[in-house]
Design a protein around this ligand. Structure first.
Ligand code: ATP
Ligand code: MG
Length: 267
């Protein structure tokens, strides 16, 4: 197991040690290489946005952060990914526990075909995080509160989650992720299926969540990256081209490829 000692972020944007650190990450789908020597630090309790043209490897990279690629046949990963300085690819790591610490919200809202209550209660139940029905009720209510959904659903907890609107379903999925008290939340284009009002609600929520959680979000919208993130990483053809404070990336990018992308010359 590789142990990285506490140190500042490599790009010098923060004096704080990173929550997650990725080093020399290569990923292959069979023979085809999708990520090349990616180095990235993920700052704690900040939002890091991953941007770049379609097919550049954003989702692939995001899935490396909680080992979701383990479930895809033929994937080979080289390099190092740590959470609090521990190698998450270490054989001793329990992947189920890891995914409780690093939750994920997908592009399409994917509530379970269960009640609103049971969707949020699912994680705490399977991870044995609560000892009584009262405690479970408490976790469900506070998670819905954190996800900004409580007002809309408090009188319909027993109804099927699939009866909610798309934006409500996405916030329910965020409540479900939050219910197991993760440290990191990964979001892959969480607003792409939502209308502008629902998107604004989810963005507001992301901004609130960052006081307690480390968030990594993939987005196709540069406006969204600028609104919700403190750091932005630009990917191109499987490589991490540039990372820095979001303001700097959007106002003063150093790399020509970043400049080209944010000014709409390609992508
Ligand atoms: N399961 C898979 N099997 C084989 N190749 C894959 C698989 N998933 C992704 N790829 C390939 O890896 C590369 C990166 O894909 P990825 O989905 O990570 O891109 P992305 O940046 O998320 O794109 P988008 O913005 O369109 O979602 C692409 O060339 C894609 O075709
Ligand atoms: Mg993607």
């Amino acid at each position: 197991m590789a142990v990285v000692t506490a140190r500042a972020m490599t790009d010098g944007t923060s004096a704080q040690a990173p929550k997650m650190a990725v080093r020399k990450l290569d990923l292959f789908y069979g023979e085809s290489q999708a990520l090349y020597e990616v180095d990235l630090d993920i700052a704690e309790k900040q939002v890091t946005a991953l941007i770049g043209p379609s097919g550049c490897g954003k989702s692939t990279f995001l899935r490396c952060l909680n080992r979701m690629n383990d479930t895809i046949d033929g994937v080979t990963i080289k390099g190092n990914v740590t959470l609090d300085d521990r190698d998450i690819y270490d054989k001793a790591i329990d992947v189920v526990q890891l995914r409780a610490r690093i939750g994920m919200v997908f592009q399409k809202p994917n509530p379970f075909p269960k009640s609103i209550y049971d969707n949020v209660a699912y994680g705490p139940r399977i991870h044995g995080l609560v000892n009584s029905r009262d405690e479970l009720d408490e976790v469900v209510m506070t998670s819905l509160e954190k996800a900004g959904l409580i007002k809309e659903v408090k009188d319909r907890m027993a109804e099927p989650a699939t009866g909610l609107s798309g934006g409500q379903q996405q916030r329910l999925c965020i409540a479900r992720a939050v219910a197991v008290s993760p440290e990191v939340i990964l979001m892959d284009e969480p607003c792409s299926a939502l209308d502008p009002i629902a998107t604004a609600k989810v963005e507001e929520l992301i901004d609130e969540l960052r006081s307690n959680y480390t968030i990594v979000i993939v987005t196709h919208s540069m406006q969204q990256a600028a609104r919700v993130s403190q750091r932005t990483a630009f990917f191109h053809l499987g490589k991490l081209v540039e990372v820095g404070d979001t303001d700097q990336i959007f106002t003063n990018p150093k790399d020509e490829r970043t400049k080209g992308y944010i000014t709409g010359r390609f992508g």
